[in-house]
Design a protein around this ligand. Structure first.
Ligand SMILES: [Zn+2]
Length: 359
């Protein structure tokens, strides 16, 4: 399974799917999910909903993974052919300099002021994205237009999925967040073929998560599940630049994370204790390692879904990944395998969802 997930992740991360322009990823996932679903549709927003029905009636479970990735879009073109851009999602300024990018399918590079020309201060300073530019190898705005590049076109990192030298289970690249969730969802539906269970599993590939959980908001309303689980990634706190226990006690390779708290304020999520107990029981039944975590630094689709209609019971199951929102997002494939096993256990025990309530 690890190898299969790795291969599918490589396939999915190779596709461009900037938030709001996920068409290519959606098309690809539609092809992968269609043969596995009893019913499948893409809503007007771009969310895929693939339904797998059990052989007996029962509760409806919705599991989301988002298809979009962070990046930027073309903002303007200088007369000499350099492209200015606007960031989309949580793209980080310090990581942009000198990077290889894809602009509307054309390879470009984010330019760097010649080292020889930089002042001592410039050498230690982060350049804001507004002051950066992309070189497409042409010398005029007309030549950029001739390539078909227009304002609003997507820009993403070029960063093929690769394996780390010391551990073949650890892979890195761009858009691992959340193409790994998409890959796990495909494998989950595949694992339910010909299996008897009660209830319905709605595997939903959402759009526009990175810009404010927008796709999940409309998809949750439409599906109206008894339980919604956001399957996503979460930053790992086990690198030398983070005080792990004090700041973020999440480790790569120690199992998927059941998030007890995500974000904060109006855009936050607190896990219902009954749902927490259910998720933990399922992990223990499936004999998979898991981590309970409090992570105030970000959200998942669960933060949107639990506020839909009269409050949908929700959970966030996330896979730790180092170097979030970079072109080298790193994941331990064992965490993905364990997330898959845990979700399968839940799918085979859907009637238990009917017992969940606030008190
Ligand atoms: Zn994500």
């Amino acid at each position: 399974m690890k190898q299969e997930l790795k291969q599918m992740l490589a396939e999915l991360t190779a596709i461009t799917g900037l938030a709001g322009q996920e068409q290519q990823v959606v098309k690809h996932l539609l092809e992968l999910l269609s043969p596995l679903a009893d019913q499948i549709e893409v809503d007007g927003f771009g969310n895929i909903s693939a339904v797998k029905r059990g052989n007996r009636p029962g509760p409806r479970l919705m599991i989301t993974a988002h298809s979009d990735e962070i990046g930027a879009m073309v903002k303007s073109v200088e007369s000499n052919g350099f492209v200015r851009f606007h960031k989309v999602g949580g793209t980080l300024d310090p990581l942009l300099l000198g990077r290889k990018v894809l602009v509307s399918g054309h390879i470009g590079i984010i330019g760097v002021k010649a080292g020889h020309m930089q002042t001592p201060l410039e050498r230690t300073r982060v350049v804001a994205s507004d002051n950066l530019y992309i070189d497409l190898g042409v010398d005029s705005a007309e030549a950029v237009a001739a390539l078909g590049v227009k304002v609003g076109d997507p820009i993403v990192y070029v960063a093929e999925l690769a394996t780390l030298g010391g551990n073949s289970d650890r892979v890195f690249g761009k858009a691992v967040d959340d193409r790994i969730g998409c890959a796990v969802l495909v494998k989950l539906l595949a694992s339910l073929q010909g299996v008897e269970f009660a209830g319905e599993v709605h595997a939903v590939i959402t759009v526009q998560e990175e810009v404010g959980l927008r796709g999940a908001t409309v998809a949750a309303y439409r599906v109206n599940p008894d339980l919604a689980i956001a399957l996503d990634t979460v930053p790992a706190g086990d690198t030398p630049d983070i005080n792990t226990n004090k700041e973020l006690p999440i480790h790569i390779g120690r199992g998927p994370v059941i998030q007890v708290l995500s974000g904060g304020g109006p855009r936050g999520f607190l896990l219902n204790p009954c749902v927490k107990q259910f998720m933990v029981a399922m992990a223990e039944q499936a004999q998979v390692p898991y981590q309970l975590a409090v992570f105030s630094g970000g959200n998942t689709d669960a933060s949107a879904m639990h506020l839909v209609r009269d409050g949908i019971l929700s959970a966030a199951l996330t896979m730790p990944r180092r170097y979030s929102h970079s072109p080298v997002e790193m994941l331990d494939l064992n965490d993905a395998v364990h997330a898959l096993q845990l979700l399968r256990q839940i799918c085979l025990n859907l009637p238990a969802i009917a017992e969940l309530s606030f008190i």
